[in-house]
Design a protein. Structure first.
Length: 418
């Protein structure tokens, strides 16, 4: 861990910090429509983020930065793992380019390590900045824009109905949890998250199985009306949550979107699950997409979003489940913010589990940095690709091919923004 500057202090936020927190936040996020007073109230009473989970950075007693540290739990291979979410990172205009954000993130890693939190996630303002600090790219989103009529009018849409009652909403929450348990990367949601982010100001429809009556999928969305003088009776539809636990639920929800063709001009659909939309759509092209000899028909934009970091390497490896590869390897993972991760770590993989033998060296070694290894662990970067690109070096006398079979986790999904 680098030596923290003597003139900087990072501590939990206090009531007396709120005016300066609002000033710094306003300068860092000028696109938000909240006033200074609204930001103060948001810090004080945000149902998703208690005041105590905000941290401030002071230099010479003056507040020059702040960040939030969410206490998440992430579904990973069917198990909930404590995960620190980084958000609301802000630096005062007068303190920029002076490494304030660097030291705040270094302190956040230290806090998570002290609290036994092995993983961290964030949405970056600049990928290169956070990669330098050990967060690797783990998320990818395809943003589709399509006319509803190019989707098939699946008859299963008859099983889709509005979510109206509290009991309906409880079933939606249970449906999400079943989906999260079967996939990697989704977060456990509290009621404030459901009612402040997912369901607030949104329309929600669920698919019920005709035989069991169980809710097997749901769709949450918002309308974006066009100007009155342009299209009074039509709007765009932006998907917020799209969850299915069966094929018929998937068909039902897609059929529901298709049926909106008379009053919805464009569906905006962010997808992280690699749905093969090009095989579903009757004409796989965005309404304003281009044709070109390099791409053919432009049907989606690809975005690099979520970043993840292993905070405690040994703890994460010991808790994981792995592919069929078996063997012994010594990891040498560079990590400037957590020296414990940088120590050589010998691991024996057998029957999908990791053990830590007494001997400190193996006949195979894998060397990389914590950001790259985090991307590999999350399933976002195949190990052979990392080796090809020179991001990982594997050395030794034995056959190292078993390593390619270990890290087989599916790419993570994370539908929550923070």
């Amino acid at each position: 861990m680098p030596t923290f500057p003597s003139d900087l202090t990072v501590r939990r936020a206090r009531e007396g910090d709120l005016p300066e927190m609002a000033r710094v936040h306003y300068a860092a996020y000028p696109g938000s429509k909240m006033t200074l007073e609204e930001r103060i109230e948001r810090f004080r009473s945000n149902p998703r983020l208690p005041m105590e989970d905000h941290w401030v950075c002071l230099r010479g007693g003056k507040l020059v930065g702040l960040f939030a540290l969410y206490n998440f739990r992430m579904f990973w291979q069917g198990v909930l793992i404590p995960t620190g979410g980084i958000g609301n990172v802000a630096v005062a205009p007068e303190a920029r380019r002076e490494r304030v954000a660097y030291w705040m993130m270094a302190r956040s890693v230290e806090i998570m390590k002290q609290n036994g939190v092995p993983l961290s996630i964030l949405y970056p303002f600049r990928h290169s900045f956070y990669r330098h600090l050990g967060w690797g790219l783990v998320g990818q989103t395809r943003l589709y824009r399509f006319a509803p009529e190019i989707l098939p009018a699946y008859p299963e849409r008859s099983g889709v109905n509005p979510v109206v009652t509290y009991e309906d909403r409880e079933e939606v929450m249970a449906c999400y949890r079943r989906f999260a348990e079967a996939h990697n990367g989704l977060l456990e949601r509290s009621e404030p998250v459901w009612f402040e982010r997912v369901l607030k100001n949104a329309q929600c429809y669920g698919y019920r199985a005709p035989d069991s009556g169980q809710m097997e999928g749901y769709l949450a969305f918002q309308y974006h009306p066009h100007p009155v003088e342009e299209r009074f009776l039509s709007s765009d539809l932006e998907v917020r949550d799209f969850i299915w636990n069966s094929q018929r639920a998937l068909y039902g929800l897609l059929g529901f979107l298709s049926a909106q063709r008379d009053q919805v001009k464009i569906v905006v659909f962010p997808d992280q699950s690699q749905l093969p939309f090009e095989h579903i759509m009757g004409d796989p092209q965005m309404p304003d997409g281009r044709h070109g000899w390099m791409m053919g028909s432009e049907m989606a934009w690809v975005g690099a979003g979520l970043m993840g970091r292993i905070v405690q390497l040994r703890k994460v490896l010991g808790a994981g489940s792995y592919g069929p590869g078996e063997g012994v390897v010594t990891f040498q993972v560079a990590d400037d913010l957590n020296p414990d991760n940088a120590r050589p770590l010998t691991v024996e993989f057998s029957r999908g589990k990791a053990q830590f033998p007494q001997r400190q060296e193996a006949r195979i070694s894998l060397s990389t940095d914590i950001a790259t290894f985090s991307s590999i662990y999350w399933g976002a970067l195949p190990l052979p690709d990392a080796v090809l690109l020179g991001m990982v070096r594997i050395e030794g006398e034995d056959d190292a091919s078993f390593l390619n079979d270990l890290f087989t986790a599916s790419k993570p999904l994370c539908l929550d923004f923070f």
